[in-house]
Every structure is written in C-alpha cells, then in structure tokens.
Design a protein. Structure first.
Length: 301
C-alpha cells in the first residue's frame, strides 16, 4: 500500500527539521557542559574520558568551607565567591557589570529613541544630513575608534573610573536607526494631536511615542544589554584597578590560570554559570516582547 501524500509531506518536514535540531544541540551542548561542570569536583571535571553527568555533585565550586586561605590541594580550591583580586571579590565584579549593563542599556535606549523621534517627527534644517552621518558611522568598525576613544577618556582623566565604563557606550547609531524605522509607522496625526493639546516635543516623546515603543525597546534592549554584559576589550583598556573590574575581566583572569592550574576549571565553570544567568533570565521574561518587537514596524497603517 503506497503512502499517502500527507504522510510523505510529514516525513520530509521532519527531515527538514533535522538541521535545526542539530543547530540547537550544538548551541546547548556547551551550556550543558558548563552547567554540569559547575557542580563537578575538580578531579571529575578533568577526568579522561569525561563524564557527561555529575557523579558527585558539590557546591564547593561556589563556596568551599574547607579552603584554608592558601593551599595547592586540588580538593581545596577556593570557591568562586572566595576568589579575590587586590581585596575585591566576585560579588564586586558582578555588581560592577550589573551597574554598567543597566545604566548603559537604559540611558542609550532612551537617548536613541528621543533622537529618532526628533529626526522623524520633528525634522529641522540639516536633520537629514545628520541622519546620513549616523548611517555612515555604522560602516566604521568599532575597533577603529578604540584608539581615539581611549585618548579622549585618558585626557578627561577617566581611566580607572566608572565614567570610562559608562559614558562611551551611550552613543549607539544602529539603535537610532532601528527606532527611526519603528517611529515611521506611527501616524503623524497622533503626534499632531498631542501638539494641539499643548504637549511639547519632550512630553510628546515621553507620553505618546515611548509607550508605543515598548516591544521595540525589549527587542533591541536584549542584544544591547548582552553586548554590554559581555564587553571585555573596552574595560580591559580603561580599567586596571580591581575596584572597577567587570565580570568578563575577572573570568578572563581565571581562564588565564588554567594552564598552570587545570583544577581551577571547575571554579571557572561556576563563575561562567553565574555570569550567564542574567541573560537567560532576561530572555525568558521578555521573549514575548522580543518577538513582538522584531515585527514592529513591518507594516504601516
């Protein structure tokens, strides 16, 4: 008996999904390895052949009560919350990363949305040329601007300060371009009605336009926040005082010790797991807004 056309189509559909499942597996496998490694003992983590599940779960990679302060015993490595640099611990670096990420994300999104609103709904002489310059700046790789930005920050005396971590990341041309495309779909009549009611430019942006941009704020806010959370190169250049170190710098230092101390890989896994939690939680909480924001502005009217 021959297969029905619907059955044949279903088989081809399942076969077509196979590359997607392989892609998902390739992306989740490193995270699974990090998750299990955070709860393995150092000898189990470096065992060959490796174990793909935790045989002896432990929390000592986070805090090891057996650590005496200075010992080379692989079984008594300090937990991630006991590792410190110049007297500053993991919690300090975590707080610094949260501060930089939340501040830069919030302020840059608000500033970009306001600029996009003015360029779109309140044009002025030269606004078109200004927008073209913003587009042109998107063609320049960020690495090209590292040296002039560093020289500027050094001349301002911001090296080893929060200002060096916060201010340079506020200008984001792509976010302005993204919001401009969304605001184009907002009817001019809505903005004009607010103007007729006596609202100024700032009030119209805050009370009328910004609430309509909520899905777009979530959609672009997630990649912006992740980019700031994972930023390594710029903090490495402007910070050498442990007081202002961010989480990627601390994890980089811990990874540099693997050559001399492979047993510290378990502690690094624990730190990496903690570092990944904010991004995972943010996406799980905002995934609906993220999907809605991707389609915002796709249609007009």
């Amino acid at each position: 008996m021959s297969s029905l056309p619907n059955e044949i189509g279903s088989r081809w559909l399942r076969l077509a999904r196979l590359p997607l499942w392989l892609l998902v597996a390739s992306m989740l496998l490193p995270y699974y390895w990090m998750l299990t490694g955070a709860f393995k003992t150092p000898p189990e983590l470096i065992r060959k052949p490796p174990t793909f599940w935790v045989q002896q779960p432990t929390l000592k990679n986070f805090h090891n009560p057996d650590w005496a302060g200075s010992t080379a015993d692989p079984e008594r490595q300090p937990g991630v919350f006991q590792v410190n640099v110049d007297g500053w611990g993991f919690a300090r670096f975590y707080a610094n990363s949260l501060l930089v990420t939340l501040f830069v994300t919030a302020v840059s999104l608000l500033a970009a949305s306001f600029v996009a609103f003015v360029l779109t709904k309140r044009p002025f002489p030269g606004s078109r040329a200004l927008f073209n310059l913003l587009l042109l700046s998107m063609m320049v790789p960020w690495e090209v601007t590292i040296v002039p930005n560093f020289v500027t920050v050094a001349q301002l005396g911001w090296i080893n300060s929060y200002a060096a971590l916060l201010v340079p990341g506020l200008a984001k041309a792509f976010v302005v371009f993204y919001f401009r495309q969304i605001i184009l779909s907002i009817p001019d009549e809505l903005v004009d009605a607010a103007l007729m009611d006596g609202a100024g430019t700032l009030r119209t942006w805050w009370s009328v336009v910004l609430p309509l941009l909520r899905p777009a704020l979530a959609a672009i806010g997630i990649p912006v926040a992740i980019g700031e959370w994972n930023n390594f190169l710029w903090p490495l250049l402007v910070v050498n005082d442990a007081q202002y170190m961010t989480l990627p710098l601390e994890l980089g230092k811990m990874a540099g010790n693997l050559t001399f101390s492979p047993q510290s890989a378990a502690v690094l896994m624990a730190g990496s797991l903690l570092a990944s939690l904010p991004a995972v939680i943010a996406f799980l909480l905002l995934q609906r807004q993220f999907v809605d924001g991707l389609t915002a502005g796709a249609t007009k009217g």
